[in-house]
Design a protein around this ligand. Structure first.
Ligand SMILES: NC(=O)c1ccc[n+]([C@@H]2O[C@H](COP(=O)([O-])OP(=O)(O)OC[C@H]3O[C@@H](n4cnc5c(N)ncnc54)[C@H](OP(=O)(O)O)[C@@H]3O)[C@@H](O)[C@H]2O)c1
Length: 335
């Protein structure tokens, strides 16, 4: 495993995301929540992963509970990160919210407490002052933000009475919408960018096409619309070709590309222990400059339909799936 040291902390370049743990959106089921998820945590720690990311909103606290149960014996091996849902993010609400997270996690402190999104109605200073007090009391060791633009992160640094060591943002070959300056800024200021959805929620594994779409929320997510899966083909082909040269998988190459950026770590989720093992091993893949550039160029040419433009297609796919379900139910009832 490789590590990034910045802002006084040391994080594995490959971390573990746990939105999947106990959350209905991923449709992984009960066995996953009760037995696979703890095994994923344990195996990841064995492989040198120390960054484990959760949030109070994931599964409405279930993810924190599962992570908490999985690390009881190994608290010292973990750099534990959770996130505050930004509803009323000020004192004394915030104090009770961090206590709730610590209780579910079964810990006395959290290594990184992140503001999940900016709440534009609440002055940033008010939230950061409250977070600063939690840090002074030792409940949280470090403060971070998430889904912040670079100017907002800089503002957070200005108004906070201490460092805001990280910004957790969506970043992958499938989505490079964060400003390129953000990574440079992090490097210049001894800060860390934590890249979420580094596999484009599984798109970059190359496993999916119009005939094989994942279950759960992804079934009607814009990235998995048939037209967008088709648009991703050249990017996936580039990943395949480079993966072959490294005797690796597309997912591993996609992760290696992200962590080749300085001061950037990834927190991929995993649906199995084998995936978590594969992801951890991606830390050892050294892409050449030519491969890095080729992937970057393929990613720049990938231009899926997003936002409002994808709404019509999303609704069409949802209604087709609904009609299909109704038809199957009708067939089952009349059989
Ligand atoms: N701050 C935020 O607002 C925010 C937002 C989103 C996520 N996050 C965090 O970031 C984490 C990761 O993001 P994400 O879960 O959205 O997306 P992701 O990590 O890009 O994708 C995870 C999914 O990719 C597939 N996968 C993982 N490893 C694989 C492998 N080696 N081979 C093939 N497929 C593989 C699995 O799904 P299948 O096997 O089912 O295909 C897995 O559930 C989350 O768990 C969460 O902690 C934060």
């Amino acid at each position: 495993m490789k590590y990034v040291e910045a802002g006084g902390v040391k994080l594995s370049v490959i971390g573990l995301g746990t939105w999947q743990f106990g959350s209905g959106e991923w449709a992984y089921g009960q066995r996953y929540a009760t037995s696979v998820a703890p095994e994923i945590v344990s195996r990841s720690l064995d492989l040198g992963v120390n960054l484990i990311d959760t949030a109070e909103i994931y599964g409405f606290g279930r993810s924190e509970e599962i992570v908490g149960r999985s690390i009881t014996e190994r608290r010292r091996d973990v750099f534990l990160a959770t996130k505050l849902f930004p509803l009323a993010p000020f004192d004394p609400v915030l104090k009770s919210r961090v206590s709730g997270s610590m209780k579910r996690l079964g810990v006395d402190d959290v290594d990184l407490y992140q503001l999940h999104w900016h709440n534009p109605v609440v002055p940033l200073k008010m939230t950061l002052d409250a977070l600063g007090r939690l840090r002074e009391k030792g409940h949280v060791r470090n403060i971070g933000v998430s889904n912040f633009s670079l100017p907002l992160w800089e503002e957070a640094e200005r108004v906070a009475k201490g460092p805001v060591i990280s910004n957790q943002v969506r970043y992958s070959l499938a989505d490079r919408s964060i400003e390129p300056e953000m990574i440079r800024w992090a490097q210049d200021h001894d800060r860390i960018v934590i890249a979420y959805s580094p596999l484009g929620q599984g798109l970059l594994s190359g496993r999916y096409d119009a005939a094989n779409v994942p279950k759960g929320m992804r079934a009607s997510a814009p990235a998995f619309l048939p037209e967008n899966l088709k648009k991703a083909t050249p990017l996936i082909e580039t990943l395949r070709e480079i993966a072959r040269a490294h005797d690796a998988s597309c997912s591993q190459v996609a992760l290696a590309w992200v962590v080749r950026h300085p001061n950037v770590v990834v927190i991929p989720g995993a649906s199995s222990v084998a995936q978590a093992e594969e992801n951890a091993a991606a830390a050892d893949i050294e892409l050449t400059d030519a491969e890095f550039d080729e992937l970057g160029a393929a990613s720049e040419s990938y231009n899926p339909t997003r936002g409002l433009a994808s709404l019509g297609a999303v609704l069409r796919v949802r209604s087709q799936r609904f009609i299909e379900r109704l038809r199957r139910t009708g067939d089952a009832l009349s059989a």
